[in-house]
Every structure is written in C-alpha cells, then in structure tokens.
Write a protein that binds this ligand. Structure first.
Ligand SMILES: O=C1O[C@H](COP(=O)(O)O)[C@@H](O)[C@H](O)[C@H]1O
Length: 234
C-alpha cells in the first residue's frame, strides 16, 4: 500500500517555503551523515518558486550533487531544458549540477550515455523530488514504446531514453529519465504539485497502486516508505 500524506496550501509562497524547507532538511541530514548529498530535482514549470526559496537557504552547496529527474533532448539554451533551469540557480551557489541528457539525436543512445555517466555517483539518491504531469507521467516515464524499460528494466539501470507516445503538447520531445528503480531506491521521495487536475490524477494513482494505468502510480507502488505530497491549490 502506498503511504502518502497530502499537505495542502492556498498560498504559493507558503507552499514553496514548505517544500524547500523539507528539501533543505533532507540535504542537511545527508551532509551530516555522509558529508555529501545526492538529490534529483524535477523539470518543467512547477519547481521555479521552490528553486528560488532553496537558493536562499544557507547550505554547504559545494557538497551537494544535483541531477535532473529527467530531461528533454534539447540544447541547453532551449527554454525546455530542465538542466538549464537547475544549473542557472544552483551552479552559482557552488553545487555540482550534472546533466542527465545530451543533445543526442538518438534518444536510446542518449539514455545509454546518461546511464553510463550516472553509474559513478554515490547511490542511492538521498532525495528524489518528483513532479507530475496532468497525464500522470512522472520524471519522463511516459506511456509509449519505452515504458516497460523505464519501469521494469534491469535493476542496475539508472537512466534510459524515452520517446513518449503520445508526445506531450507542452514539450513534444524525446527524453532521458531516471528509471523507476533509481527513483524507488531513493532514501526519500517528495512530491510537489499544483492544481486540481494533477491532484485528481495522483489520488487515483495512489488508490489504484500497482494496477494504476499511469506511470506515477506504477512508480509509487514500488516505494516502501511514506511520501509527503505538497499540493498547491492553484
Ligand atoms: O515534462 C516534464 O513534466 C513534468 C511536469 O512538469 P510541469 O511543467 O507540469 O511542472 C516534470 O516533472 C518533468 O520533470 C518534466 O520533464
């Protein structure tokens, strides 16, 4: 059973403060325990206010490695680039920000290259912060020909290339994503979402668990720890 608790907010500032507070706490715990922290942050539009709050938090950023949960195969100066949004905020603070994708025309090769690079990190990830699409995708685990590889590939596989089918209107591009295994082995998962549509999709996915028809349900069904879900009524 998925053990999830919703935290509801009506004010964006309060929501962003709460999410960044939780993330900072987890990073501090990792730094205290292991002297370093490995975290995965989502892309898309939702994280921006949280990034701003987090950037204002005093942490030993030089010991923090940040990877995106997923990225779109675009140039780093493309507004759709997830790594660009993370790098812009956290590189100036001294964090190590590592890309998961390169602008490779072959998304399978891009996934293989990302997987090889990620093997060298200190696993498991301390925190995976997940975003969700209104279609129920999370990270870049989408319906399509690569769904099974992303959900059920070899346990040692950290990342994989994905061609969403159908392509999402807001970013109709091939992706590289962390695999379900990389996500569910994380020490902590937290979710931050906005809007009634996403909440409905997530509640249904949690209810359905392993039989969920959407990727977020299939991922969470294999996570054995409690999850905090920060929901902004926007
Ligand atoms: O494509 C993506 O979508 C999800 C959700 O994005 P949002 O703009 O609706 O917040 C995101 O979590 C993921 O990282 C991204 O690549």
């Amino acid at each position: 059973m998925i053990e999830a608790e919703f935290w509801d907010y009506e004010d964006e500032d309060e929501w962003a403060e709460a999410v960044s507070g939780d993330i900072a706490f987890i990073i501090e715990q990792a730094l205290d325990a292991r002297g370093q922290a490995l975290v995965a942050f989502p892309g898309g539009k939702t994280p921006a206010p949280v990034f701003a709050k987090l950037a204002a938090t005093k942490l030993k950023w030089k010991h923090v490695t940040i990877i995106p949960t997923d990225d779109r195969l675009v140039a780093v100066n493309d507004p759709l680039s997830n790594i660009a949004a993370i790098a812009k905020v956290f590189i100036p603070l001294g964090a190590r920000v590592l890309p998961i994708a390169t602008e490779n025309k072959d998304y399978k090769m891009a996934g293989n290259a990302a997987d090889a690079r990620l093997q060298d990190l200190h696993w498991p990830i301390d925190l995976v912060w997940l975003g969700i699409g209104a279609d129920g995708h999370t990270a870049s685990i989408f319906p399509g020909p690569d769904l099974d590889e992303a959900l059920n590939g070899p346990k040692t596989r950290r990342a994989t290339g994905v061609m969403p089918d159908p392509l999402p209107a807001e970013a109709p591009i091939a992706r590289v994503t962390l695999t379900k295994e990389s996500i569910v082995t994380a020490r902590t998962i937290t979710i931050a979402i906005t809007g009634a549509d996403k909440r409905k999709v997530l509640e249904r996915a949690i209810e359905d668990g392993p039989s969920s028809t959407v990727p977020i349900g299939r991922v969470l069904a294999d996570y054995e720890q409690p999850i905090d879900i920060h929901w902004l009524d926007a």
